[in-house]
Design a protein around this ligand. Structure first.
Ligand code: NAD
Length: 354
């Protein structure tokens, strides 16, 4: 298993170090893991003048999977757009053709009281959000800021989805639904956007190949509401890039903290990039208080989806559950009566449980 490890910026280095401890523990148990580190985001800019340096691109292309921390930091906010850390992320996703982003929102019973929603609304929650990652308004051309004939300035972007882009992500969605509860809700804004009307038409067509899966459609505004009203009605949610960006962050809060949520981004051969759903959290970077569990759980997803190693994926997940059951909590998920620990100590607790 050849893994490119890209810690990135902010808390990225701290949380990836904890996931590395877990992988090291598996390695000492005989699991064949090779890792190599590279720079991305602000770290890429600092080391090579580019948020996605060529050496990193080569490393990522040659690896079977990528484990990434996060990118971004205040010090890079004034750089020209092409040099900003987020460009590194967009380029690696595009370069590796990682079009399918999987974000599970799963509530561990121990954390039911850490959610801002009532425990009865979220207890037992287990949703998979599948977000298309390489198309939509985030990549559509033309875009920019222009001056109109009347002299007024205007910002503009372009939303589009081609049939093949919709089809391939819809297939991934139906295949995931087949392995779960055979229910998928496709989320769009078909009452207003032509792109969404087309999305709905193609998803409905692909559904014919998966007669066992119950497909429903929902407008994104309603989905945002239903996610906090009755989130357990969902199993798999399939949606486009911009809606998925927002809904998956919303879903993350159902589970108590964004620090708990892993993610996988896959290409058509299940090569994947695995990263926590949160950002580089510059406000808490370097303080040893970040929650490393989303990153550790991302490593578990890597074993499951790219390396087909269900046994060790489940081992990592059970170790996380055990550390939580033993009462260990980082600040973001801390509640009275539990034991507050730092990032490092949480990593150690998971390794001990493993
Ligand atoms: P963020 O996810 O970094 O932080 C949001 C809030 O959640 C902050 O209060 C932070 O302290 C907290 N938080 C995040 N992860 C945590 C963890 N593991 N443990 C405990 N608390 C955690 O989002 P933001 O503040 O909007 O963005 C900060 C930077 O990250 C920006 O530069 C942004 O562009 C970048 N960003 C990167 C990614 C990525 O790398 N995938 C995603 C989102 C944002």
């Amino acid at each position: 298993m050849k893994i490119a490890v890209l810690p990135g910026d902010g808390i990225g280095t701290e949380i990836v170090a904890q996931a590395m401890k877990v992988l090291e523990a598996l390695r000492s148990d005989g699991v064949k893991i090779e890792t190599e580190h590279g720079y991305i985001g602000g770290a890429g800019y600092d080391h090579a003048g580019d948020p996605y340096p060529e050496a990193t691109a080569k490393l990522a292309q040659e690896a079977d999977a990528v484990l990434l921390g996060a990118v971004g930091g205040y010090q890079y906010d004034t750089l020209p757009r092409a040099m900003r850390p987020e460009q590194g992320l967009l380029r690696i996703r595009k370069g590796l053709e990682l079009f399918a982003n999987l974000r599970p929102a799963l509530l561990y019973p121990e954390l039911a009281s850490a959610s801002t929603l009532k425990p009865e609304v979220v207890a037992g929650l287990d949703i998979m959000i599948l977000r298309e990652l390489t198309g939509d308004i985030y990549f559509g051309q033309p875009r920019g800021i222009r001056t109109l004939d009347n002299g007024e300035r205007q910002g503009f972007d372009t939303m589009h989805y081609s049939e093949s882009e919709i089809r391939r992500v819809a297939h991934v969605g139906f295949q995931i639904a087949m392995k779960r509860n055979k229910k998928m809700c496709s989320v769009d804004k078909a009452n207003v956007l032509d792109t969404s009307m087309f999305w709905r038409e193609i998803v409905t067509e692909v559904a014919k190949e998966y007669p066992q899966v119950e497909l429903s459609h929902m407008y994104v505004d309603n989905a945002a509401m239903q996610l906090v009203r009755a989130p357990k009605q969902f199993d798999v949610i399939l949606t486009g890039n911009i809606f998925g960006d927002i809904l998956s962050d919303e879903a993350s809060m159902l589970t108590g903290s964004i620090g708990m949520l892993p993610s996988a981004s896959l290409d058509k051969n299940n090569k994947g990039m695995y990263e926590p759903s949160h950002g580089s959290a510059p406000d808490i970077a370097g303080k040893d208080i970040a929650n490393p569990l989303a990153t550790i759980l991302s490593a578990a997803m890597m074993l499951r989806y790219t390396f087909n190693d269900e046994t060790n994926a489940a081992r990592i997940e059970n170790a996380v559950k055990k550390a939580l059951a033993q009462g260990y909590r980082t600040g973001d998920i801390y509640t009275e009566g539990t034991t507050k620990v730092g990032c490092n100590a949480m990593g150690d607790a998971v390794v001990a449980a493993l």
